[in-house]
Design a protein around this ligand. Sequence first.
Ligand SMILES: [Zn+2]
Length: 65
Amino acid sequence: MKERVFEKRTCPKCGQIYTDRPANSRVDGSRICPDCGTREALESIGVGREEQDKILSIIHRNYQN
Ligand SMILES: [Zn+2]
């Protein structure tokens, strides 16, 4: 069987189970979920938590099309 099964990973940062390609944490190099990767990137440019939530919800909305 050659079917590629998406590997399930658990994000050490938020505990979410995800199957997308992991992001590397800028903080400690661990593999984190794409959401946390986005959060860290936003955080590094000074975006606050509330704004991060807004941006992530927009990203998720776009993926659902
Ligand atoms: Zn996460």
